[in-house]
Structures are given as structure tokens and as C-alpha cells.
Design a protein around this ligand. Structure first.
Ligand code: NDP
Length: 450
């Protein structure tokens, strides 16, 4: 049977665009559907705009630090509208670049919602037409979830809205203790909002190393964020332009904005996956094998919609693995080992490999090398912010199993450290590397056992 396309991709985010361009480059006929803006979560409403807000927020600390170095930086002011306008200009530019990349690769873009009709057919909702393809790739990502069982839940914004608020809120209550909750708590606190973080657990950043959790919690408090743990929202109501957030502790918080940052879910509802015979997990994530193939042989999925490791570079690599395996006769299995991650808190977190707890569970006894110090830059600034560096080592092989950093510019460091750590570097090899002085990073080659 002749199909309209060799590959039809649903979702033009980081993963979908990479996969479609690679496959088109192999001489195949490719089309892509995007119902929102080309670029996806990362470019339009995630990593990129978020990082601009982080940069904006960090200036407030830089102005404070500058005083210890002789600058007077007392009468500075901040304009939220300028930030959002400039951020949007850059997002528009990137959106244009992504569209050009697709056009230049001869990929047909449908600015439309695609839903399944059968295992080789999608229906374009606005155009009202059907398109067929030999293979279909689902790369629709996820959406910010909100707890709809809470009365007044719709009074709360999500990260999508937080990136485009008309005004900087004077006060905000944020639910959650993960990546998004913490990044936005620091963003708003740095920009001058009064921030309360409401987290249902005991230690924020669940799944991260315990020392990282402790350090970040401390920094939240140092930056003026009120952190309520073991606490959840029970009801939200609006009174005299303030939102009243009722908590299970009995307390009621009043704030201009309330934000949900309680996780993201795969955007699969409404795709009519059942008509195509595609199975999902309970949370909507598409079940795929090591080669990104779903329960239906002609349908594949990559990125956050599969809920494996929900990070942009992972989706991109999954796109490469999919294209090479299914269109180039060059099976490339995606490696999920030692994927570095950063949380853009202030200071940020950078991690790669196992936490101390995971390593103990996996290899038994581990050696821990750790330091916690005030970096040189913070001394004259009289800034109490500290830096954490921690290496987890397998004593049997001397292999470094994990690295956990908190401090200025650590996402830049962890990207570099991820290379040797993924490829099996030993602690002795760290020690045999000369330090570079004076830097904060030099401490990583002089760590002794704690
Ligand atoms: P996370 O999974 O990181 O955090 C969700 C938080 O919400 C957790 O603290 C969780 O608590 C809490 N929570 C979940 N359900 C409820 C509920 N019903 N009531 C109250 N609290 C609840 O999700 P995010 O939305 O922050 O981020 C989604 C994903 O996006 C991340 O996991 C990451 O993969 C990616 N991301 C990456 C970034 C980066 O690379 N810097 C930045 C932003 C997002 P508990 O801990 O108890 O489960």
C-alpha cells in the first residue's frame, strides 16, 4: 500500500523536530503536525524562557554582592514587562528558526491537531482531512498537571502561565517540591515577591542526594522563601483580589498568585490512541520498548510522552536513536545511564550518576568524598551562600558512581564531569588531575574521605 508519507510525526518539540529532520535527511518523505507553536515545551514554555527568568532573578543577588566589592547598587529597579517582552522576542526568534529548519529539510508542517484514526492514519482536526504514513512517531510531550480534586484549583496558575504573567506578583504560594516549584520559588524570590513553598513531603527534590536536598532547603530559607513541609492545599478561594489558600495544617495563606507545580503528565488524552491500538500506563504515558516502539508496530513514541527521563537532551537522543534504528538500518539503543541533570535553583544544582542512597543499595558499602565551603567570590560579598561537592565512589573498583554539586555555575561543571563519569573514571584519576587555581571547581580534584 502507498502511504502519503514515510514518517508522520505528531509534536514539533525538541524530540519530534530532531527525529523528523534526521529521517528527512535520509531521503524519506516526512510530515509533522503541531497544534501549538513549533519548538515545543523546552523552547516555548519551558527550559529556555525559564532560564531567562532565572538570569533576571540572579541579578538581584549580584547587586547585593557588588556592594562588598565597592560598587554602590542601591537604587536599582526591575521592570517585569521589559523582561517578558524581551523574553518573548527571543522565543519568537527561536520559533522561527525551528520552522525554518523544518522547511529547509522539506518537511511538511501541519499547524493542526492530529488524532489517530488507525495504525497508519491520522486525522487533522482543523483541516478535516486524513493523512497516512508507514510509520507514525508520537512526540507530544507533557502538560503541567493540577490537582482538580481541590476546590478552587482553577484559581492556581501553572508554569505555562507563570512565564507570561502581566505583572510580577507581590506574593505567591507555590505547591510542589520538585524541579519547577523550586526554580520558580527562587525566580520570584529573587525578583522581590514574597514566596511560600508548600510541599507535601519532608525533603524537597525527592530522588536527589540527601545532602543536595538539605543544602537547597537551606538556600530557599536564606533567600527568604517560607517553606512549609508535610503540607498540602485543601481549598483555594478568591477574596478581594487575593487568593486564600487553605492548608491541611489549618493555616490560610493569602497571596496575589497561587501556582501549581505538582508534576507534569503525558499529553495523550484526546489522541485516540485506542483506535490505533497503542497502550499507555495509568498516567497516560505511552508504553514503548528499548527501540521506542509502542504496542502497535507502526507507531513509536519518544520524549516526555513516554515518561522515561523527562529532559530535552534525552528526547533529542531518543529521536536520533529512533531515526537511526527504524530508517537507517543502524540500530542505536538509547543509554539512560549517567544522564546529567541540573535544577536552576539559586545557587543551582548539578548531578550525574547515583545518589549515596542508590549507590549503597546497588553496590553495598560506598566511599563518600564531600566538601561544603563558602566560595571565594562570596567572601568580600559577605554572602552566606555555600557550595557543596560530593563524590560517591565504589571502594571495590574505585569507580566514581555519582557526583552531586550545589553552587554557582555547577550546571556548567556537571556537563563536563558527566563525560569521564559516564565512561568509568576512578577516584585515583580525579586525584591525578592537577587543580586549576583559583577556582571553585578545583575542589573536585582534592576531595578527601568524609
Ligand atoms: P516533579 O516531579 O519534579 O515534582 C513534582 C512535585 O509535586 C513533587 O515535589 C511532588 O511531591 C509534588 N506533588 C505531586 N503530586 C502532588 C499532589 N497531588 N499534591 C501536592 N504535591 C504533589 O515535577 P515538576 O512539575 O517540577 O517537573 C516535571 C519534570 O519536568 C521534572 O521531573 C523534570 O524531568 C522536568 N523539568 C526539568 C527541569 C530541568 O532540567 N532543570 C526544569 C523543569 C522541569 P513528591 O516529591 O512527594 O512526589
Amino acid at each position: 500500500m502507498a502511504y502519503d508519507y514515510d514518517l508522520f510525526v505528531i509534536g514539533a518539540g525538541s524530540g519530534g523536530v530532531r527525529a523528523s529532520r534526521l529521517v528527512a535527511g535520509m531521503g524519506k518523505k516526512v510530515a509533522i503536525a503541531e497544534e501549538s507553536r513549533v519548538g515545543g515545551t523546552c523552547v516555548i514554555r519551558g527550559c529556555v524562557p525559564k532560564k531567562f527568568l532565572v538570569y533576571a532573578s540572579e541579578f538581584s543577588h549580584a547587586f547585593e554582592d557588588a556592594k562588598g566589592y565597592g560598587w554602590s547598587a542601591d537604587n536599582v529597579s526591575f521592570d517585569w514587562k521589559t523582561l517578558i517582552t524581551n523574553k518573548n522576542k527571543e522565543i519568537d526568534r527561536l520559533n522561527g528558526i525551528y520552522q525554518k529548519l523544518l522547511d529547509n529539510s522539506d518537511i511538511k508542517t501541519f499547524h493542526d491537531r492530529a488524532v489517530f484514526k488507525d495504525k497508519h492514519t491520522v486525522h487533522l482536526v482543523n483541516e478535516g482531512k486524513d493523512v497516512t504514513a508507514e510509520k507514525i512517531l508520537i512526540a507530544v510531550g507533557g502538560y503541567p498537571w493540577t490537582d482538580q480534586s481541590i476546590e478552587g484549583h482553577d484559581l492556581g496558575i501553572t508554569s505555562d502561565d507563570a512565564l507570561d504573567l502581566p505583572e510580577l506578583p507581590k506574593s505567591i504560594v507555590i505547591a510542589g517540591g520538585g524541579y519547577i516549584a523550586l526554580e520558580f520559588a527562587f525566580i520570584f524570590a529573587g525578583l522581590g515577591s514574597d514566596v511560600t513553598l508548600v510541599y507535601r513531603g519532608e525533603n524537597v527534590l525527592r530522588g536527589f542526594d540527601a545532602d543536595v536536598q538539605k543544602q537547597v532547603h537551606q538556600e530557599l530559607e536564606n533567600k527568604g522563601v517560607r517553606v512549609l513541609t508535610k503540607t498540602i492545599f485543601t481549598r483555594i478561594e478568591e477574596k478581594t483580589s487575593l487568593k486564600h489558600v487553605h492548608l491541611n495544617s489549618g493555616e490560610t495563606l493569602k497571596a496575589e498568585q497561587v501556582m501549581w507545580a505538582v508534576g507534569r503528565r503525558p499529553s495523550t488524552s484526546g489522541l485516540r490512541l485506542r483506535e490505533a491500538g497503542v497502550e499507555t500506563k495509568e498516567n497516560g504515558a505511552i508504553i514503548v520498548d528499548d527501540w521506542h516502539q509502542s504496542s502497535q508496530e507502526s507507531i513509536f513514541a519518544i520524549g516526555d510522552v513516554t515518561d522515561r527521563i523527562n529532559l530535552t537532551p534525552v528526547a533529542i537522543r531518543e529521536g536520533i536513536s529512533f531515526a537511526q534504528t527504524h530508517f537507517n538500518d543502524n540500530a542505536q539503543k538509547m543509554s539512560y545511564d549517567c544522564v546529567p541533570a541540573a535544577v536552576f535553583t539559586q545557587p543551582p544544582v548539578g548531578v550525574v550518576g547515583m545518589t549515596e542512597a542508590e549507590a549503597k543499595e546497588k553496590v553495598g558499602k560506598v566511599d563518600v568524598y564531600k566538601t561544603d565551603f563558602r566560595p571565594m567570590k562570596n567572601i568580600l560579598a559577605d554572602n552566606p551562600e555555600r557550595m557543596l561537592m560530593k563524590l560517591i565512589v565504589d571502594p571495590k573498583t574505585d569507580r566514581v558512581l555519582g557526583c552531586h554539586l550545589v553552587g554557582h555555575e555547577v550546571p556548567e561543571m556537571i556537563q563536563m564531569l558527566a563525560i569521564p563519569i559516564k565512561h568509568g573514571i576512578t577516584k585515583a584519576e580525579f586525584d591525578a588531575t592537577c587543580a586549576l587555581h583559583p577556582t571553585a571547581a578545583e575542589e573536585i580534584v582534592t576531595l578527601s574521605k568524609s
